[in-house]
Design a protein around this ligand. Structure first.
Ligand code: F6P
Length: 406
């Protein structure tokens, strides 16, 4: 009699750790005497034409530490029009029927869908149609509810932190302001964690509205303390002070974010007349080998996804509630994005160290230590002897800087 079969696919934007999940699933299957098939190019391989390969110990050997995915992936195509539950677009019933037929004909007992919010929203529709799926949360953005971490995130912040380490030395040598734009879509996790780990001075997030004045104040405040360079980390999904998100709209798909770093650098340079440079880290954050943390997490996710299939827990997603791996309904994970809590401990810790989120003056942060920032009194302040307020026109900022360096 033929072995029972489990299927697996990787969908959406790739990230380090996908191959570790595949290996985890294949090795677990083999311990149990199950066969494993891998569908190619995300959900596309499930139907018309059906494209899959048999996954064996042999053809998955040595992939634990390899970036990307041996199965291929896509965030476009027939299954990509569904972005989270709030923007739900129903899949074509013809597609659903086609996938069901493939699963039945190949005798797939359970299909492991590895993806982010959009891909898992597709898995949810499969589940509602009666297709036996389990989910594995993947994304560098770390924005899925119901899990503390998605694999890929740790590798991405490692990359962004390395970039900041490198930017710091050149920024210091040239006394420049360096702006690093990082990914993350509508969540600021990558910017926040890399910013903390890489010693960012200003961190701009989608979750915390900020102003140009506060950013410039931080830069000049640092100068007044003799620190003549500044590292600014900006999340691609952060809104400009006028409420605009920078990116290009793609027909029938998610907006492709990117470009805010350049705008931030340009505006800072014109306001404080300092040499400013931008680096956009882009897809470097998605490539390369997974970190140790991501290898362990992805391996555990793979093994536990097979367990869910065995237990018949379809429509569930594996998740990480430190220190244990658990499972939650997929619908809970895709219902709403998990974004940075602006009052959370990571933000508070950063503020305590003097990091600016651009939402208040460097010396007004609830946790900031008192500084000797140079401030420019307005005429009204002088006459009334009131507390100094800041005049943050470009000219005034120049004056502050000149005073600080004299
Ligand atoms: O969701 C992962 C992600 O890397 C986001 O951080 C980024 O906005 C997007 O995908 C980029 O997508 P693409 O690979 O289509 O350019």
């Amino acid at each position: 009699m033929a072995n029972k079969r489990i299927g697996i696919l990787t969908s959406g934007g790739d990230c380090p750790g996908l191959n570790a999940v595949i290996r985890g699933v294949v090795k677990s299957c083999q311990q149990l005497g199950y066969d494993c098939v891998g569908f190619l190019k995300g959900y596309e391989g499930l139907y018309d034409p059906v494209c899959f390969i048999n996954l064996t110990r042999k053809n998955t050997k040595g992939i634990l530490n390899q970036g990307g995915t041996i199965l291929g992936s896509t965030n476009k195509g027939r299954f990509a029009a569904t972005v989270g539950v709030s923007d739900r677009v129903e899949l074509d019933p013809e597609l659903l029927r086609g996938v069901q037929t493939t699963v039945d004909q190949l005798g797939i007992e359970g299909l492991v869908c590895v993806g982010g919010d959009g891909s898992l929203a597709v898995a949810q529709q499969f589940h509602e149609h009666g297709i036996p799926v389990v989910g594995v949360p993947k994304t560098i953005d770390n924005d899925l509810s119901a899990t503390a971490f998605t694999f890929g995130f740790d590798s991405a912040i490692e990359c962004a932190t390395n970039a900041l380490d490198r930017l710091q030395t050149t920024a210091a040598s040239h006394e420049r302001i360096m702006v690093l734009e990082v990914m993350g879509r509508h969540a600021g996790w990558i910017a926040l964690h890399a910013g903390i780990a890489g010693g960012g001075d200003v961190i701009l997030l989608p979750e915390i509205p900020w102003t140009w004045e506060n950013v410039c104040h931080k830069i000049l405040n640092r100068e007044s303390q003799g620190k003549r360079f500044t590292l600014v980390v900006v999340a691609e999904g952060a809104e400009l002070p006028n409420g605009r998100r920078v990116g290009e709209r793609r027909a029938g798909a998610q907006t492709h974010l990117g470009g805010i770093g350049q705008i931030v650098a340009h505006e800072i340079s014109s306001r404080v007349q300092r040499e400013t440079r931008t680096s956009v880290l882009g897809h470097l954050q998605r490539g390369g080998a997974p970190t140790t943390f991501d290898r362990v997490l992805a391996t555990q996710y793979g093994a536990h996804a097979v367990r869910l299939v065995l237990e018949g827990k379809f429509g569930e997603m594996v998740c990480y509630h430190p220190p244990e791996i658990g499972n939650v309904p997929i619908i809970e994970a895709v219902n709403q994005l998990r974004v940075v809590d602006r009052n959370g401990s990571a933000v508070q810790a950063a503020r305590a160290l003097g990091v600016s989120f651009g939402d208040c003056k460097a010396d007004e942060s609830p946790f900031a230590f008192k500084t000797t920032a140079h401030v420019v009194p307005t005429a009204a302040d002088v006459e009334t002897d009131a507390e100094f307020t800041l005049d943050l026109t470009a000219e005034a900022l120049e004056e502050v800087a000149a005073e600080a360096s004299s």
